[in-house]
Design a protein around this ligand. Structure first.
Ligand SMILES: NC(=O)c1ccc[n+]([C@@H]2O[C@H](COP(=O)([O-])OP(=O)(O)OC[C@H]3O[C@@H](n4cnc5c(N)ncnc54)[C@H](O)[C@@H]3O)[C@@H](O)[C@H]2O)c1
Ligand SMILES: [Zn+2]
Ligand SMILES: [Zn+2]
Length: 361
């Protein structure tokens, strides 16, 4: 029997989200029903609401969550009722061409729940990133549940489910930041600050934070930025070169995802350096670059989907680092809100007032 819960729904492009009754089916084979305890508000939720991801409205938003497995369907062995889990959007299939070649962090066929959650009139909902966790309960594929140490509270653990893991992984996994590297991070929201924290964990020598907002730059310092650049008052390419002996940074991470920030990243990296695009552009954006520079600068231009993370490998590790006091996940939580506070949280995100608003249930 489907259960009635509350959920935050984006019904149409650009319209404010609404709190609706959502029907969550009992888990079928391979599925798990999870009682959501906390879910962070990620910029990607806003991209969904604005129609920037796709047009599969209505969306059930929310995807950075932690909670307790309530029930599981037939054949589920990886988790059991009562397990404390972070939800992930990379339940690897083990069978696609990426998985078969031993690169499951690229998995092209990740698992989600098969049964749809619906509105009361039966309209199927598209859960954001296959999760939909701005809801009392949600239905996911069992592989989307990663068990972690329950000593980490849900409002911080859940953040690893998307933006914070994407940023950490953009630096550590995709960018391959290593000891002694110089790193610049453009855009210091939740994702960018996590990239800064990741660069620090990996032993970067210089970490330059770039943003248009001085408040964000002050927070970036708390995560390990050694220098800050406000790109509204100085040219970020010149500033980054100036802080790296005139050469540019070994790794530049674009955590905004706009043509102008990508251009900055491209020109602010050293020869043979790496650009990592982790911010998500909208489908209309284009960029023009001199091809001779693409060739002549060498190195690599990479994109980072979810920080190239493997949840089963990376979530428990990051939680352990947090519990040891080496990864300040709690600093990402600017405020905790209820399910009715998501629309206001988008507004605060838009004005740069928060790093993460986290819905606590
Ligand atoms: N690749 C992935 O897997 C993945 C995962 C999660 C989020 N994301 C994306 O990462 C991006 C950042 O997400 P977030 O939650 O940190 O967003 P956010 O809104 O909290 O942060 C964005 C930051 O960029 C700054 N900014 C905006 N324009 C800028 C500019 N021109 N130059 C410098 N800084 C600028 C803002 O001031 C803000 O501090 C979004 O596009 C989001 O969709 C990607
Ligand atoms: Zn796969
Ligand atoms: Zn996200």
């Amino acid at each position: 029997m489907a259960e009635r819960v509350r959920g935050v729904v984006a019904r149409e492009k650009g319209a404010p989200v609404t709190l609706e009754t959502v029907l969550v089916p009992d888990p079928g084979p391979g599925e798990a029903k999870v009682k959501v305890q906390a879910c962070g508000v990620c910029h990607t939720d806003l991209h969904y609401r604005e129609g920037g991801i796709n047009d599969a409205f209505p969306f059930l938003l929310g995807h950075e969550a932690a909670g307790i497995v309530e029930s599981v369907g037939d054949g589920v062995t990886e988790v059991a009722p009562g397990d404390y889990v972070i939800l992930n959007w990379r339940a690897v299939c083990g069978e696609c061409r990426a998985c078969r070649r031993g690169r499951p962090w690229y998995c092209f066929s990740t698992h989600n729940a098969v049964q749809p959650m619906t509105l009361e009139d039966g309209t199927p909902l598209s859960p954001a990133l296959g999760i939909g966790a701005f809801a009392d309960k949600t239905l996911v594929a069992a592989g989307q549940c990663t068990k972690v140490d329950p000593k980490a509270p849900p409002q911080v653990a859940g953040l690893l489910g998307c933006g914070v893991m994407a940023g950490l992984g953009a630096a550590i996994n995709t960018g391959g930041v290593g000891r002694g590297d110089t790193v610049a991070v453009i855009g210091c929201g939740g994702v960018g600050d996590a990239a800064i924290a990741g660069a620090r964990l990996a032993g970067a020598r210089t970490i330059i934070a770039v943003d248009v907002d001085d408040r964000k730059l002050a927070w970036a310092k708390d995560f390990g930025a050694t220098h800050t650049v406000n790109s509204t008052s100085s040219d970020p390419v010149e500033a980054i070169r100036g802080l790296t002996d005139g050469f540019g940074a070994d790794v530049v991470i674009d955590a905004v995802g706009r043509p102008e920030t990508y251009r900055t990243a491209f020109f602010a990296r050293d020869l043979a350096g790496t650009v990592v695009l982790v911010g998500v552009p909208n489908p209309t954006m284009t960029i023009e670059l001199p091809l001779i520079e693409v060739f002549g600068r060498g190195g690599s231009l990479k994109s980072s989907w979810y920080g190239d993370c493997l949840p089963s490998r990376d979530f428990p590790t990051m939680i352990e680092l947090y519990l040891q006091g080496r990864l300040p996940l709690e600093r990402f939580v600017s405020e905790t809100i209820g399910l009715d506070g998501v629309e206001a949280a988008f507004e605060k995100m838009h004005h740069g007032d928060v790093l993460r608003s986290v819905v606590v249930l």
